[in-house]
Design a protein around this ligand. Structure first.
Ligand SMILES: Nc1ncnc2c1ncn2[C@@H]1O[C@H](COP(=O)(O)OP(=O)(O)OP(=O)(O)O)[C@@H](O)[C@H]1O
Ligand SMILES: [Mg+2]
Length: 394
C-alpha cells in the first residue's frame, strides 16, 4: 500500500467529534431563558452549590430517550417560582454539530396532560416532529454519570438495569426502540389482564410481548459482549476492567435455547401468571426485572464489594468502553455528561480521565464547584462560570 493510502486508513480510524455547540433552555428548572453557545470542545461548568450546573446537564440528558439524568416526571422539570403555581411549558433545544453538518434537536413538554405528568414530550429533529422519543437515540449518543449513581452497584436493581440499558442504547440505538416496544406491549397486556379480557386476546398480546422480550434480552446479551470486547481492546486504560453478567430469566434461557423456544416458553409463563398479575397490578416476569452483575476483573470481586473510588472507576471504564464502540445508525461519537466527576478521583486518575476522554475525540460536559480540580484540563476545555442564573466565560 502506498504511503498516501496508509494515511487515509489511519485518518479513518480517528473519530470526528460530535458536539453540542448551542443549548437553549426555556422555563427549564432554574432557567427562565438560557442561550449558551460553545465550541465543539469540552465544556467545564463551575460555580457554587445550587447555581444551576446539574440543571444544564439534566437539560442535555433530556435529548436522549428516557427520563433524563434525575429520572423525574416531565412536570417537575418546568420552572417553578415561589408562590406561583403556574405550570409552564418547558423546552430544551440544541445544535448538534456532526461531521456532515448541524442538526437541531428539540424536546419540550406542555403541562396539562394526565395528572401523573407522564404525557410524552414533544420531540423535534430539524423542525420535523418525531412520533417516538426512542428515535432520539439515532441522533445523539448521550451518556452520563452523576453522584446519585455512586451507589448504583449497591442499591436498586432498576437503576442498575436502566444504566446498562442506556449504555447499550448509546451504541445500539435499536435497543432503545426494542425496549420501548416491550414496555408498550407489557402495559397493554397488563391492562387487558386486569380488565378480564378474553383468553384469545390475552394470548395474542402475550405472544407480542414475548417477541419483544426476547429481542430486548438478545440485544442486552450482545451489548454486554460488545462492552467487554471494547474493554479487552483498551488494555491501557487507567480504569479497571469490568466483567458483566446479565442476570435475567429470559437472558439465561437465551444462552441455552434457540430464540423461538424461549419466546414460546415465556408466552406460556405469562399465560400462567395472569391471575397473579391481575391481583398485584404488576407484571411478575420479564426482562423489566433483569439485573446486571458487574465484577472488578483485576480484583476478582463483585463491584458492590469494591471501594467507593473503585466503583466510580468501574463506572467510568464502562462509559469509556461504550464511547469507543461503533454505533451503526447513530452519530459516530457520544457526548458525555459528567456531573461532579472529579470530586472522587485522585490527581492521577483525574489526569488519566482527561487523557482518555481526549483520545476518544468526544465532547464532554463536566461540572464541579472548584475550578482548580480541572487544572489538568487547562487549554483542552472551555471553562464557564455558572452563577445567578447566568453562564459566562471564566
Ligand atoms: N423546577 C424548578 N424550578 C426552579 N428552580 C429549580 C427547579 N428545580 C430545581 N431548581 C433549583 O435549581 C437550582 C440549581 O440546581 P442544580 O442542581 O443545577 O445546582 P448545582 O449548581 O448543580 O449545585 P451543586 O453544586 O449543589 O450540585 C437549585 O437551587 C434548585 O432548587
Ligand atoms: Mg449539581
Amino acid at each position: 500500500m502506498s504511503a498516501g493510502g496508509q494515511m487515509v486508513q489511519v485518518a479513518a480510524q480517528v473519530k470526528a467529534r460530535v458536539a453540542v455547540t448551542r443549548l437553549m433552555l426555556t422555563n427549564f428548572r432554574s432557567y427562565g431563558m438560557l442561550d449558551l453557545k460553545v465550541e465543539a470542545q469540552h465544556v467545564v461548568l463551575t460555580g457554587p452549590n445550587g447555581a444551576g450546573k446539574t440543571n444544564v446537564l439534566e437539560a442535555l440528558s433530556m435529548l436522549a430517550p428516557g427520563r433524563g439524568l434525575r429520572s423525574v416526571k416531565l412536570n417537575d422539570l418546568a420552572r417553578h417560582l415561589p408562590g406561583d403555581e403556574t405550570h409552564r411549558p418547558w423546552a430544551v433545544s440544541a445544535t448538534l454539530t456532526v461531521p456532515a453538518g448541524e442538526t437541531q434537536l428539540g424536546v419540550g413538554y406542555m403541562p396539562g396532560g394526565d395528572s401523573a405528568g407522564t404525557t410524552k414530550r414533544a420531540v423535534r429533529v430539524d423542525g420535523v416532529t418525531l412520533s417516538n422519543p426512542a428515535q432520539l437515540a439515532e441522533r445523539i449518543r448521550l451518556i452520563w454519570l452523576t453522584p446519585a449513581m455512586d451507589r448504583l452497584f449497591i442499591d436498586g436493581v432498576s437503576e442498575r438495569r436502566r444504566f446498562l440499558d442506556r449504555l447499550i442504547a448509546s451504541f445500539d440505538p435499536a435497543h432503545a426502540r426494542r425496549w420501548g416496544a416491550y414496555e408498550i406491549a407489557m402495559r397493554e397486556r397488563l391492562s387487558a389482564v386486569r380488565s378480564g379480557a378474553q383468553a384469545a386476546w390475552l394470548t395474542a398480546l402475550e405472544r407480542t410481548m414475548a417477541e419483544h422480550a426476547v429481542s430486548v434480552a438478545a440485544s442486552r446479551l450482545a451489548g454486554v459482549q460488545s462492552l467487554m470486547r471494547a474493554m479487552d481492546e483498551q488494555r491501557a486504560s487507567a480504569f479497571p476492567r469490568a466483567i458483566i453478567a446479565v442476570a435475567g430469566d429470559i437472558e439465561g434461557s437465551l444462552l441455552r435455547s434457540p430464540a423461538v423456544e424461549v419466546e414460546d416458553e415465556f408466552a406460556a409463563t405469562l399465560g400462567r401468571s395472569r391471575s397473579i398479575d391481575a391481583d398485584s397490578g404488576r407484571t411478575s416476569v420479564g426482562p423489566h426485572l433483569t439485573d446486571f452483575v458487574v465484577r472488578h476483573h483485576e480484583k476478582g470481586r463483585e463491584a458492590q464489594a469494591s471501594s467507593t473510588g473503585e466503583q466510580k472507576a468501574l463506572l467510568i471504564r464502562l462509559i469509556l468502553a461504550s464511547a469507543a464502540l461503533p454505533a451503526p445508525g447513530a452519530p459516530e461519537a457520544p457526548v458525555l455528561l459528567l456531573d461532579e466527576i472529579v470530586a472522587h478521583l485522585d490527581e492521577t486518575r483525574r489526569r488519566a480521565l482527561f487523557d482518555e476522554i481526549e483520545a476518544l475525540k468526544i465532547q464532554t460536559w463536566m461540572t464541579g464547584t472548584d475550578v482548580s480540580a480541572f487544572a489538568a484540563f487547562d487549554g483542552r476545555a472551555q471553562f464557564r462560570r455558572v452563577a445567578d442564573g447566568q453562564i459566562r466565560p471564566l
